[in-house]
Design a protein around this ligand. Structure first.
Ligand SMILES: *[C@@H]1O[C@H](CO)[C@@H](O)[C@H](O)[C@H]1NC(C)=O
Ligand SMILES: *[C@@H]1O[C@H](CO)[C@@H](O)[C@H](O)[C@H]1NC(C)=O
Ligand SMILES: *[C@@H]1O[C@H](CO)[C@@H](O)[C@H](O)[C@H]1NC(C)=O
Length: 302
């Protein structure tokens, strides 16, 4: 931080001197830094999209001594001088497509860094620095590499003691994600999630909780959300809990109080379950009892 502040101060002085001496001020200036905030790494993809970091700037054609550098967390990873080939440093060797050309203009051709097959540890703060004999500019932005999970599952099962256990887990993901279970769209309070970091630097995480069977109506929507903090990476798994048929073997009915927005979804799940009971021969009749806003509304045969 301190050294970059000093560098900025120094560059301001340099630019000031340059302007004073030549009467024109042709400082190099970064106009746009294009570093995506996240990059999704799919372990199963043979040819993932390159990760392209671009740095747009204004620079006078006549300026001397142009150099462009990319840094990751303060360490140089790429350098380009227009008379030479782009040069990736040790940690990015064989990971940069040095033939990538973003613009045909002489002082812009290889300004972008095209990273092929990024590694999970390429997460960090990327800085682009452009400099000429007369001036310097630098901008940086954070990037997070997300390693996509290999498995993400949600299950429920009935315990012997009359409880239903809901279990949700994800395997081989990075960085560490958060899991949340929702039952009928309400957060299901569970003990703390478990998380283990493997030798491959990927996490296995799981969350589970139990609820007395009587507290779950049938059908009930159960969902699990996976999110990577500070990113837009979100995934969802959902399942529907079906309990036992509520009446005798002769008839099957589903009954619930509901408000209008739930209607379509409720109707579909409940009725498909009831109808399935009918088709499988578990029941002779299937019908839906409609209770709307606490008022008995009618019976629909399925
Ligand atoms: C990333 O990890 C690899 C090993 O998997 C290591 O060789 C490399 O130096 C690391 N790069 C950075 C930027 O930490
Ligand atoms: C994560 O889960 C996978 C698949 O079940 C397993 O092979 C691996 O050993 C687990 N890693 C850890 C650190 O437990
Ligand atoms: C999430 O997405 C929104 C809109 O696409 C974007 O403005 C925002 O910067 C993103 N946030 C992160 C942390 O990536």
């Amino acid at each position: 931080m301190n050294s970059s502040a000093n560098m900025d101060k120094l560059s301001t002085v340099k630019i000031g001197l340059f302007c004073l001496l030549f009467g024109v001020c042709a400082a190099v200036k970064i106009t746009s830094l294009k570093v995506p905030s996240t990059y999704l790494l799919d372990k199963n993809s043979k040819n993932p999209d390159p990760l392209i970091l671009d740095c747009e700037y204004d620079v006078d054609e006549n300026e001397k001594g142009f150099v462009l550098k990319w840094f990751l967390d303060g360490q140089p990873v790429y350098q380009w001088i227009p008379t030479k080939n782009p040069f990736p440093f040790q940690s990015f060797k064989n990971r940069v497509d040095t033939s990538y050309v973003v613009s045909q203009e002489r002082l812009h051709k290889h300004r972008a860094m095209a990273i092929i097959k990024p590694l999970a540890n390429f997460t960090g703060e990327y800085a682009c620095m452009v400099q000429t004999f007369a001036s310097i500019d630098r901008k940086s932005a954070k990037l997070k590499i997300i390693v996509q999970e290999s498995k993400f599952d949600l299950n429920y099962y009935l315990n012997g003691d009359g409880y239903i256990t809901v279990d949700c887990h994800a395997r081989d993901i990075s960085p560490e994600p958060e899991l949340q279970i929702r039952i009928n769209d309400k957060i299901f309070e569970t003990p703390k999630p478990r998380s283990v970091l493997g030798e491959n630097n990927l996490y296995n995480v799981s969350i589970s909780g139990s609820i007395p069977k009587e507290e779950l109506e049938s059908p009930t929507m159960i969902e699990c959300y996976l999110t990577v903090p500070e990113t837009n990476y979100t995934k969802k798994r959902s399942t529907i809990y079906y309990g036992k048929c509520q009446t005798s073997r002769k008839a099957c009915y589903c009954k619930r109080f509901f408000s209008p927005p739930l209607f379509a979804c409720f109707f579909r799940f409940c009725c498909s379950w009831c109808r399935r009971m009918l088709l499988r021969g578990y029941v002779t009749y299937a019908f839906l009892v409609v209770v709307y806003d606490g008022v008995f509304f009618g019976i629909v045969y399925l």
